[in-house]
Design a protein around this ligand. Sequence first.
Ligand SMILES: [Ca+2]
Ligand SMILES: [Ca+2]
Ligand SMILES: [Ca+2]
Ligand SMILES: [Ca+2]
Length: 335
Amino acid sequence: MFSLNRKSSFHFQVNPVVIFVVVGCLLLSVSTTLVMAHSGGEVISKKTPSPITIDGNLDEWALVFAESSPLQDIVADPRAHGQDWYQVMLGSGGDTNDGGLRVSRGRFDGDDDFSARWATLWDDDYLYVAFDVTDDSVHVYDRDYEVRVPDIDGVWLLFDTKHDAPVFEYPNHEFNTGEVAGQSSYEADDHFWAFASITARGAGTAWVRADAADPFLNDPANGHVAGQVTATGYTAEIRLPWSVFEPFFGGPLVPKDGTVIGFDITFTDVDGDPPGTYGAPLGGAMAWSSDFENDNSPGVLGDLIISGEVIAGPTSVNPADKLPTIWGRIKGEYR
Ligand SMILES: [Ca+2]
Ligand SMILES: [Ca+2]
Ligand SMILES: [Ca+2]
Ligand SMILES: [Ca+2]
C-alpha cells in the first residue's frame, strides 16, 4: 500500500509538468511548421568555381540541374510533382488556375505546353540563372528591342534585394496571395526585369520592370542574356552582375554564405500564330513561388539563399570538340 500510494502521489504531482512540457513542445512544433516566410519557395544558389558562359548552351549546368529538378521545376501542378514546399492556396491570387495550381493567367494544357527546369549559381561577379523550357509553340522575339511589344515567350525575374518585405504566417498550403499582395508594394530596394532570351538579333533582351530596355543588361555587347531554340522548346541563360542591384540595395550587394534575397520568377508563354497570344486558351503565365502578383507585392516572393558551397567543376572534356593543339595542351597540364 505504501509503495502504491507513493507511486500514485508521484504521478499526481508530476503529470501536470509532463503534460505542460509535452503540450508546449507540440505547440512549438506545430507553430514552427505553420510559419512560412514569404510564399514558401526557397532555392539554394551554390557557388560556381568558374564563370558560366552565357550562350544558351546549358551543358555546364548539368550537375546543378540534376540537384534542383524536379523539386524546383516550374510546372502547372507543383504538388503533383512532389513540391510540398509550394504554399499558395488555390485561387487566392488574381489568377485563373486554369490548367493547374500555379497558373496565374491564360491556360496551360500540361507539361508539354509549358514547363521549365531551372537552377541558379553565383560567383563574386554574377548571379546566374538558367532555364530549360519546354514549350510546344516557341516564338522568337523579333520586334522592338528597346521596348517590350507586347507579350513574349520569356521570363521575369523579381527581387527584394534587402529581403525586408513583410512576412505573413499561414498554415501549410494556405498562403493567400491576394491577401498578402494587398499588404505591401514595391519599395526602392525591390525591382524586376523581363527577359526574352531567344531573339531575331541573337542577343537576348532585358527590360526594366518588363517595359523599357535596361541600358546595361539589354546591350548585346555586354552578353548578359542568351538563349537557344531546342527540340522541345528553348533555353534562357542570364547573368546579373551584382553591381546592377547596387542602386536598389543602396550600396554594394556583396554575396556571401547565408545571404538571402527575396526572389520569384514569372514565365509568360505566347502560343499560336505569330506573334502569338498570351491569353487563354492558347497562352498564359505561371510563376515559381507565387501565383503572380509578384510585380505588385514583394511580400509574395520566395527566398533565394546564397550558399558558400562550391559545386564541382565541369566533369568532362570531350576531346572531339578540341583542336589537337589545345587538347595537347590540356593533356600536358594534367601530366
Ligand atoms: Ca552556357
Ligand atoms: Ca524590399
Ligand atoms: Ca510559347
Ligand atoms: Ca498553350
